[in-house]
Design a protein around this ligand. Sequence first.
Ligand code: GDD
Ligand code: MN
Length: 247
Amino acid sequence: MTVWVVLPTYNEAANLERMIAALLALELGVRVVIVDDDSPDGTGEIADRLAAARPEVRVIHRAGERGLGTAYLAGFRHALAAGATAVLTMDCDFSHDPAVVPNLAAALAGADLVIGSRYVPGGGIRNWPIHRRWLSRMANRFVRLLFHLPAADCTSGFRLYRRHLLEAIPWEHIRSSGYSFLVETLYWAARQPGTRIREVPICFTDRVRGKSKLGLREAVCGAGHLLRLRFSVRGRPGATEERPGGG
Ligand code: GDD
Ligand code: MN
């Protein structure tokens, strides 16, 4: 199975080349789609150079648009159009260890969605400051309270999706352009009848190079999108009727 890796980047010049080398060194065959939002630090040029050197690497350059969620979406579209059967998302900063990708791929044998999870036994977080741990815990608690999703780590960006699941998600209903996109996606994934979701423990390690783009504004806007989603649908994951009317 070839895994297509969607790698969103914003100011990852210090990490991108090493990340691509680590992914291409995996025994598993991978293709990589870098989605760069016109990073001021030159990440886009590095991406072009890497893509020119290796046919497994492609780049989508977006100008005038920012957002982790819509970057994932652009990557999904590209990978699906190219025939991908399994699509992975991960951070470019080594918070998500590329060496774990084969474990996630193995777990997909019995699943439609595999989540690299910090909050199952064996999983954990290394080097995150206390406020980030707190934010992540609160976000997961908030999300489970709202939606009762069948996962312990609902905000992880380290995920592997089967093609048919990506094709089944009603993307036109997704409101979030940023980090909460991950929760909305999980919500719709869980609502597809028969979806098998598996979590594989990972140790999330805080980035050594570069800066996180998750700020207070993201967190507040994300919570707002999720509240609106919650109150626009009556059913819960697993229920088949009822979809929001968009907007
Ligand atoms: N193209 C694009 N556009 N990429 C972006 C943008 C954007 O607007 N914002 C962030 N990225 C890229 C980063 O360059 C990185 O590769 C990845 O998306 C994740 O962003 P980080 O800024 O590293 O996020 P984080 O480490 O603080 O957040 C982590 O925890 C979140 C909550 O648990 C990530 O693992 C997220 O995936 C997770 O949702
Ligand atoms: Mn990160």
